[in-house]
Structures are given as C-alpha cells and as structure tokens.
Design a protein around this ligand. Structure first.
Ligand SMILES: [Fe+2]
Ligand SMILES: [Fe+2]
Length: 302
C-alpha cells in the first residue's frame, strides 16, 4: 500500500498537486491539517483546490483550521471565556470545510479502512485541532462535538478507536505524541520557549502506551504541526523510530518552495507491506517529475 502524507499546507497547494496525485500510483492521501496562512483566510479556497483529488483521502483538521485569528489568540492566552466566545461558528466552519473538501473525508476520533490488493489497514484519526502541549485546544468545541472534556477523555476515545480496529493501524494526527524528545528541534519539541521541552500530545502517548500493552498492531503515527525548520538549528528529523513504530512529521513549511531555482512540492511517501513500513521525503516539480527523494536519517529496520 502506498500512501502520500501531505504536511501542513498553509496555502501551499495548487493544481499541479492535484494533477500529480491523481496520476500517481498512490492508494490514498492523508492530510494532517493547517490549511490557511497566518491570517486564517483562504481555508475554504485551499479545501476547494484539494477537492480535485480523485484518490481516497482523509483530512484531520489542525489548530489553524478555525474560525478566526482571534480564536487562536484566545487559545494562546488560555482565556477560557474568550475561547468560548471566539469558538462560536466552529461547527459551521467545519461543515463548510467538509463541503468544500468534496470527497475528501474530514476525520477526528474516527476509524477508516484502506485497502490495496491484499493489504488492508485501519487509519485511526486522533484528536482534531491539536495545538501541542498538555492543554486541550478548542476545548469548548471538542466538548460540544465529541463530548471530550479532558486529555484523559481524549486518550480513552483514541484508544477506543484503536481497540475497534481489525487490521494493522496507522494513526493520523495533527501533532505527534509526547515521548520523542524535548530539544527545540526534536521531532515534536518546543522551539518557541527558551527552556524548550516536549510539545507532543499527551493523550496520543497515553493511547499508544496502552495499545502497546494490549498488543494492538499499531504501525506508527503520521502528523505535522511542529514545522520542520527551526530557527538557528538543524531541521527536526521528519521520521523517527521507537518501539518498532514509525513516527512521521510531514510539516515542511512552506511545502512548495524553490530548490536550485526550480519550484518543488513536498510530501512523504509511505509504503506498507505486511507489517513493514518504509518512508521517503519526496519533492516533485510543477510538471510532476521527482526532483529529489530522501530516506530518513534513522535507518528503517523493519
Ligand atoms: Fe502548521
Ligand atoms: Fe498546527
């Protein structure tokens, strides 16, 4: 099974992307969220552009897939009453987003089966709109829509989805789990505080740890959110391996950029065969030609 993982788009999506993926031999596309730019405008335009994709595709909303910039500021200030006020309209935005995405499935706390020949996997979509760290972002909306009131609730819901799977499991999240490093440029490390620290999602870690105890066949996690470029340091590793699981951070932002004078489009290719997972970072030209393909820094040993 061949999957394309598309990291934080932040407006970097155009017709060349849709044309490339439609002509490709990918079985499915996984979008990790964050469609608009800094001002939070253009979310629906990006979604309409994505809807040209004719492969099975899943979209897990990120922290930027919200109503307004003010809402995100309220989240950053951790002001509950302002978050409450500014999150009004989130349901409507999600409904509009769902419509704009066409056949691409909006997901969150949900389970989706993908098939390619004899290979079948279940994708578990984790908590939508994650902002990283130990605070539940979009709390009023998560409560209203999913009945999730705490990290523990969220972990339990993700675990319920995992337990319901009957095939090898890939987890789609906006942000990765805790437990993968606390340096500024660790795969989900905090680069905006002087003291750095682990900025992964604790609920996802709790679910993964319990899934391991219960021998659930989790292959790995694909996510984004913590952009790979970190000021003043080498980029984050985009793939790490732990306990035989593969963790991918696909957030190369901007995902369309110039490489030696040529415009290139970024995504991660994941190949799953039996329970073996291989990944590569792929750069495609506007014309759909592979410009560069890189293996992860850490060897893939399964
Ligand atoms: Fe992002
Ligand atoms: Fe994000």
């Amino acid at each position: 099974m061949r999957l394309a993982i598309i990291g934080d788009i932040h407006k970097a999506w155009d017709d060349a992307d849709a044309a490339y993926f439609n002509a490709s031999d990918y079985d499915a596309l996984l979008f990790v969220g964050d469609l608009p730019g800094r001002t939070h405008r253009g979310t629906l335009d990006v979604a309409r552009g994505m809807s040209a994709v004719n492969k099975p595709a899943l979209f897990l909303p990120g922290n930027h897939d919200g109503v307004s910039m003010m809402q995100l500021l309220a989240e950053l200030q951790q002001n509950r009453s302002r978050i409450e006020k500014k999150s009004r309209g989130q349901e409507q935005l999600c409904a509009e987003l769902d419509a704009a995405l066409g056949a691409i499935r909006m997901c969150g706390y949900s389970r989706h089966t993908l098939t390619s020949g004899s290979t079948v996997i279940d994708v578990v979509a984790a908590r939508p709109h994650s902002m990283g760290g130990d605070r539940l972002a979009y709390a009023p909306y998560l409560e209203r829509t999913f009945g999730i009131g705490s990290m523990a609730d969220s972990a339990a819901r993700i675990l319920d989805c995992i337990r319901a799977c009957e095939n090898p499991i890939l987890i789609l999240a906006h942000n990765g789990p805790t437990g993968l490093g606390g340096e500024r440029n660790s795969i989900w490390g905090c680069d905006f505080r002087k003291e750095a620290g682990d900025f992964g999602d604790p609920d996802l870690r709790m679910a993964l740890d319990q899934a391991r105890v219960e021998n659930c066949p989790v292959l790995g996690v694909v996510a984004g959110h913590m952009h790979l470029h970190v000021r003043g340091l080498p980029d984050r590793d985009w793939c790490v391996r732990q306990d035989n699981l593969t963790f991918v951070n696909a957030a190369r932002v901007p995902r369309i950029f110039k490489l030696e004078g040529e415009r290139v489009h970024h995504h991660i290719r994941m190949t799953i065969q039996a329970e073996s997972v291989q990944v590569a970072e792929v750069l495609i030209s506007d014309a759909g030609r592979v410009i560069r393909e890189s293996a992860p820094a850490q060897p893939m040993n399964n």
